[in-house]
Design a protein around this ligand. Structure first.
Ligand code: SF4
Ligand code: SF4
Ligand code: ZN
Length: 276
């Protein structure tokens, strides 16, 4: 069994899993979308709103602004001792918006949200939130909390989490190097160099099979198949945390879920033993 990082940047990670059953890697893929705790605005107290936006519309827009999430710094409200609806410093971060238009129409941007924690603020200051007409004013307190993508998309740390089969591309003996498959491939996997068909970027292959269809040789001069025990997981972050952190936390969350199942089962066993 082997795990290899093929590409990595803050926003994107591409990892090869070799020798793992598809269901395990797929569980990680799903956990990256639905289980990784991420910060988002969950409660908004409107103190003043003379804009043309309903309070609910403003609250919804704020909720959908992705926030930077420092991993491990805060706890989920459900796991915090405070049990307060607006939370405590361990489980929430306060952001304040206090904006007013002068004598011109103005746009309010995410960068105008003032956070009590520099580590928890919009991933970009340039997300438009509202438009205010001259004289209009909005003043509010917004409470950001950790949550999971399975409960609301605002808590989804990953914008993309996909599992790709690993392509096995083989040039056959019947290939006459005509180049028809090269023209058919939009992923630039193939090329003709010095008159010979080359397989340059096999990992770019989307397994569309257009190259095989384009080949007129009999038998086909090229074959494309999916490896049975090799998978490529690609995760892209919305910017709240690095793609690597999403991957690591997805695995941690899965382990924690499995631990809970084991704990639950051991309680069942104890109950059964007592009854027996
Ligand atoms: S695989 Fe087929 S289409 Fe591609 S170069 Fe060879 S003969 Fe031509
Ligand atoms: S299967 Fe599709 S992407 Fe892969 S090499 Fe053939 S044409 Fe290109
Ligand atoms: Zn709390």
């Amino acid at each position: 069994m082997q795990v290899q990082v093929l590409e990595e940047s803050y926003e994107r990670i591409k990892v090869l899993f070799e020798g793992y059953p598809r269901i395990y890697v797929n569980a990680i893929r799903r956990a990256a979308l639905s289980l990784v705790p991420t910060m988002a605005i969950d409660d908004v107290v409107i103190l003043e709103n003379s804009s043309s936006f309903y309070d609910e519309v403003i609250a919804h827009r704020l909720a959908m602004v992705p926030l930077k999430t420092p991993v491990g710094k805060y706890v989920l409200p459900s796991e915090c001792d405070c049990k307060s609806s607006l939370g405590c410093p361990r489980c929430r971060v306060l952001l304040v918006l206090d904006v007013e238009a002068g004598d011109k129409v103005r746009t309010v941007y995410s960068g105008e949200l003032v956070s009590e924690d520099e580590d928890v603020k919009p991933i970009s200051p340039n997300i438009p939130l509202l438009k205010l007409s001259p004289g209009q004013k909005v003043k509010l307190e917004a409470y950001a909390k950790l949550g999971r993508g399975k409960d609301h998309s605002k808590w989804q740390a990953a914008s993309v989490s996909v599992l790709k089969s690993y392509p096995i591309i083989v040039k056959g003996k019947s290939c006459d190097n005509c180049g028809a498959c090269v023209d058919a491939c939009v992923k630039n996997v193939l090329s003709i160099k010095e008159g010979l068909l080359q397989i340059d970027n096999p990992l770019n292959c989307s397994l569309c099979m257009e190259c095989v269809r384009a080949c007129k040789s009999e038998p086909k001069g090229i074959s494309v198949e999916e490896a049975e025990d090799k998978f490529i997981l690609i995760i892209e972050s919305v910017g709240s945390m690095s793609a690597r952190d999403i991957l690591l936390n997805a695995v941690k969350e899965l382990i924690s879920q499995v631990d809970k199942v084991i704990e639950g089962l051991s309680n069942v066993v104890v109950e059964v033993e007592k009854k027996g």
